[in-house]
Design a protein around this ligand. Structure first.
Ligand code: BV8
Ligand code: ZN
Length: 246
């Protein structure tokens, strides 16, 4: 496919590479994409209504149960060829920044050294009242999709919450600044496995294209081409990335 050869060439010549990943890169690890993560108990919810501070305060056990269910599935998942190729690209590109919208740790487990979690991490819960960080390493043993009462803070008895960025919440400033700085002068921007609907993360693609970077989409669904130097490679991350990265 000529597009793959063109993409491969752009990547190999690039000085500054930025990669933005979404739930699609974890799909081949058996992890449901964000839109598909709502199964069973949560199937009738709209993610933008469930992944919010309001939903958590209204029914903490329902939302905490969703994240514990997803954490349990993640503990059984393995990084796939896509994650591994991204980790190799980090070693090969002269300058490389990995931005992920995913709250999983599959990039880290694939060997990526620097991972900017724009939407936080499911493995870093914290107290909603006093902000103290917690880490629950024990695997949940949920036999079905169910509500789970969240733990309370040892210091202030406040409600502990998932360490993710919910809708209506600000993204972490450090990661946001890192993302804008990296995009400002990158040569190639790889957008992998994201539906590109959630801002401000989705806005990074436009920013990269506007400052002249080549934008390359990797997605089984063909992506709309809005800029001159934009490519849409149709396929999965696990199939395409090993063809783009040695
Ligand atoms: C902010 C963490 C405001 C949680 C996520 C009204 C009020 C407030 C805000 C807004 C509002 N209206 C709009 C907004 C902005 C809002 C937004 O963008 N809403 C959208 C729905 C319109 N954004 C926010 O709220 C953000 N914050 O704006 O703050 C503010 C400003 C000032 C002061 C105070 C507040 C914060 C958004 C972060 C939300 N948290 N995740 C969790 O994970 O539970 S978002 C979540 O969905 C993901 O992190 C990701 O970012 C997003 C989209 O998911 P994707 O990763 O793209 O996955 P998806 O399932 O959608 O798509 C998968 C793709 O993969 C598909 O394209 C598929 O084809 C492809 N695929 C499938 N298989 C494969 C594959 N690709 C490759 N290989 C495969 N095998
Ligand atoms: Zn507390």
């Amino acid at each position: 496919m000529a597009l793959i050869a063109e993409a491969r060439n752009l990547i190999s010549k690039a000085q500054k590479v930025v990669v933005l990943t979404g739930a699609g890169i974890s799909a081949e690890s058996g992890v449901a994409t964000f839109r598909d993560a709502l199964t069973g108990l949560w199937r009738n919810f709209d993610p933008t209504k469930l992944a919010t501070p309001e939903a958590y305060l209204r029914d903490p056990a329902l939302v905490w149960g969703w994240y514990e269910w997803r954490r349990q599935l993640l503990l059984k998942a393995q990084p796939n060829a896509g994650h591994l190729a991204v980790a190799r690209l980090e070693q090969q590109a002269p300058s490389f920044t990995l931005l992920t919208q995913n709250v999983d740790d599959l990039h880290e487990r694939a060997g990526s050294q620097q991972v900017a979690h724009l939407h936080g991490s499911i493995f870093h819960p914290y107290c909603f009242d006093c902000g103290r960080a917690y880490s629950f390493t024990a695997a949940p043993n949920l036999t079905k999709e169910q509500k789970v009462e969240p733990p309370h803070c040892r210091f202030c008895a406040g409600l502990i919450r998932p360490g993710v960025v919910w809708f209506g919440e600000e993204m972490p400033v450090a990661e946001l600044n890192l993302a804008y700085a990296a995009v400002e002068n990158c040569d190639v921007f790889l957008s992998i496995g994201t539906s590109g609907v959630v801002y401000p993360a989705a806005g990074l693609v436009e920013l990269a294209a506007q400052q002249g970077a080549a934008v390359i989409h990797l997605n089984p669904e063909s992506q709309p081409i809005r800029f001159a130097q934009e490519l849409s490679l149709v396929g999965t991350a696990g199939e395409l990335l090993p063809q783009l990265v040695n």
